[in-house]
Write a protein of this length. Sequence first.
Length: 443
Amino acid sequence: MYQRNSYFCLALYILFLIVFSGTLFILVQESSWYAVLPALGIVWMVYGIIRIFNRIPEKISYFFNAIENEDSTLLFSEKIQHKATKEMNRSLNRVNRLIQEVKLRNHEQEQYYSMLLERVATGIVVMNENGSILQANSSAKKLLNYQALAHIEQLKRVDASLYQAFSRLKEESTHQFVKVMHRDTVTQLSLQATTFKNHEKMMRIISIHDISNELDAKEIESWQKLIRVLTHEIMNSITPITSLSETLLKYYIPSEKPTDEKTITNTIKGLEVINERGVGLIRFVESYRKLIKLSQPILKPIALKNLIEHLLLLLENEPNFHCIRFCVETDTPDISVEADETQLSQVFINLIKNAMQAVESVAEPCIAIRVHYTQSGRCEIKIIDNGPGIPPKIMEQIFIPFFTTKENGSGIGLSLSRQIMKNHGGGIDVVSIPGTTVFTLSL
């Protein structure tokens, strides 16, 4: 009915438009001022026709405005005679139902993920660039010891170091470790952050893990390994000293025994062995002291390419140095880092010497040193050799203090190197397969 009325109005407007146009033409020919009246009539008819043609766009615009305002109650009548309009209304209603179904599925999915998030043992926190916490599950509130998290500023009330860790994660850091004190209990937390974009806004998802038990287990394991090594080294020195002491005492007890030249010779040899073992034990203790009394690094800018080339010059007098092909590659010639030059040099020398020893039996020995920046902005130095590789059983122990496979090795080179890199806020990793070993330093 509505559409028929629209057609009737349109026909009427067109009829009046023709009549007014004819009247206007006649009055203009006669130069009559009454020509103004049909002209106004024409304007009114044109306005009416425009209104009729705007009704459909207005209806569609009204429909999309309702969708934008999340109004799902809007319906258009499908009980009309005009077929085109009826199909249009039916399509709009169908789109509206589809949108309602999508919203319902999204709501159900949100509830599902929300329930799933609440059930996981890992703490999850979502925050924006301003530090506002948009979501935090129960595990996160429990681990952080705060039940009403709205902003990271609130974490100052729990622990200042925790707040600082979240502040660093808000900016650019991806991994933080922090200790939290609560009722005389210390909890070790591992925080990891991931960035994602939501509606053109950058968000950070932070996962929180309680690693206290894992650290305790690792600490016990480390102590056990260290005690085994210490016991092995000390017993290797003490056993011959004790045995020789007993033998030498038998030469002179009882005191009536004659002291001949053979006894004196054996005594001298025994004392030399005791002295040698004693000196070795002192050297071992000095190595241990050196490992645990590492000074804090004094940071300053260091040009890595110049430092590496300088160290290679210092190592030229090492055996077989000139038989090895060395290759130094950097992203840019002026790539530099903030580090303690003396300590970093010690790490480079340890690793380069290890690589040189690894390629001793290789037909075409080659050592490559590559320096580059990762996508996260960290500097990586890779020391690559084409030696036979490190056996898997040994790989697990190479960073244990005093573990060595070399006859005259101290066993603290790699342990000391790892400690130096840790003090610089970096790390050292190794990957080895037959024919290639790669030590990676990150800063």
